[in-house]
Design a protein around this ligand. Structure first.
Ligand SMILES: [Zn+2]
Ligand SMILES: [Zn+2]
Length: 395
């Protein structure tokens, strides 16, 4: 297939993409506080001639590109939130907001989606159907996708499919990653409370030591994945915080712990709360303490529809060439694009942005995180090609 001239147009937009990304990078805001960010998104959409709706899902923005012909509705999603991290780069365009940073690359998602909107608008006459551009707040564990769905983003008009992407520092620039089925993990939170009976540190037999019980709980929790989950399935149980105790010679009566639980299979996801409760309660009881678990469901597994993944893969192959389209390993990271993909078939793909020569090799959420901005034109090409393919009359 001949590469459409719009791919060359995207190449000429590289400097503009970089400038836009830096504009957003300077003003990171955390989930549901994206006031400046969404105002800037809306202003840029208006400059393109669109009529954005603001305040969807609190701080989200939605805009519609109507094709010239009747057809299906494709939702294209970019998340817009930053993280509560102090940026430790010396970049000239680093965060101007203390304690806030675009450390996951969502600034690039906004940028790529705005550029996608521009190109698709210029190809309106070829579109059978419409693109619903969704700029989603609060991706980072705060439920932004759910908030937008609750505000009706999947209706009026009804959404038939969804596409989104994530800039990806685990993959070298120049590549994109597309696969069907589960691509990112379900992510849940646990809060564990261990209660014992306090006492003198020299007389343990007169008390029930919540710290010793907690130590056993932490070790035993490692058997959830190694002994309860099938070796052919994946899972993670991580305890990330532990708080308890008063002084070196006092037996603690209470310990609080927090952790994260990851899984891919629906069966494992269903079983995890029971597996964890059994260990916490049983271990504590055996040591004369009581243990309780508050299990909070976070985001479900991000599952790509086979047909939509094939469509994105074909689109990517056409515009980038087969050698640039990888079939990546799944990530145990969580992602709330999953909430959209539970509701409608879709595909979430990765845009490789790792380049150690440019210092773009830190992991996501790191205070020195940065991406290779040259990855963005590739992401735009795949987004545009996928939308054109999906809204083509032949499909
Ligand atoms: Zn993130
Ligand atoms: Zn992210």
């Amino acid at each position: 297939m001949a590469i459409a001239p719009w791919t060359e147009q995207i190449d000429t937009m590289a400097a503009e993409l970089t400038a836009t990304r830096r504009e957003f990078h300077r003003i990171p805001e955390i989930g549901f506080e994206e006031v400046k960010t969404s105002a800037l998104v809306a202003a840029k959409l208006r400059a393109l001639g669109l009529e954005p709706h603001e305040g969807i899902g609190k701080t989200g923005v939605v805009a519609m590109i109507e094709g010239a012909h009747p057809g299906r509705t494709l939702l294209m999603r970019a998340d817009i939130d930053g993280l509560p991290i102090e940026e430790r780069t010396s970049l000239e365009y680093r965060s101007t907001h203390p304690g806030r940073m675009h450390a996951c690359g969502h600034d690039t998602h906004i940028t790529m989606m705005l550029a996608t909107a521009r190109i698709l608008l210029e190809h309106r006459e070829h579109l059978h159907g419409r693109v619903k551009l969704v700029f989603q707040p609060a991706e980072e564990s705060l439920g932004g996708a759910r908030a937008m769905i609750d505000d009706g983003v999947l209706e009026g008009p009804h959404v038939d499919a969804a596409i989104g992407c994530h800039i990806w520092n685990d993959m070298p620039t120049g590549h994109v990653g597309v696969r069907e089925g589960p691509i990112m993990a379900a992510s849940d939170r646990i809060h564990i409370t261990v209660e014992g009976r306090g006492g003198h540190g020299a007389m343990p037999h007169l008390s029930s030591d919540a710290i010793v019980a907690s130590a056993q709980v932490i070790n035993s929790l490692q058997t959830v994945v190694s002994r309860r989950v099938s070796p052919l399935s994946a899972g993670v149980v991580t305890i990330g915080t532990i708080h308890g105790g008063y002084a070196s010679n006092i037996i603690a009566d209470r310990v609080e712990m927090e952790g994260t639980v990851r899984s891919f299979d629906d069966e494992v996801w269903q079983q995890m709360p029971d597996f964890i409760e059994q260990i916490v309660e049983g271990t504590c009881r055996a040591l004369g303490c009581t243990g309780s678990v508050q299990y909070t469901r976070g985001v479900p597994t991000t599952v790509n529809d086979a047909e939509m993944a094939a469509l994105v893969r074909d689109a990517a192959t056409e515009v980038l060439g087969a050698d640039r389209v990888l079939y990546p390993q799944q990530s145990t990271g969580g992602e709330d694009m999953s909430v959209f993909l539970q509701a409608v078939p879709g595909c979430f793909f990765w845009v490789g942005s790792q380049n150690s020569e440019k210092g773009a090799d830190r992991p996501h959420h790191h205070p020195e995180f940065n991406v290779d901005e040259d990855a963005m034109p590739l992401g735009v090409k795949v987004l545009v090609a996928s939308a054109l393919k999906y809204l083509d009359a032949q499909h």
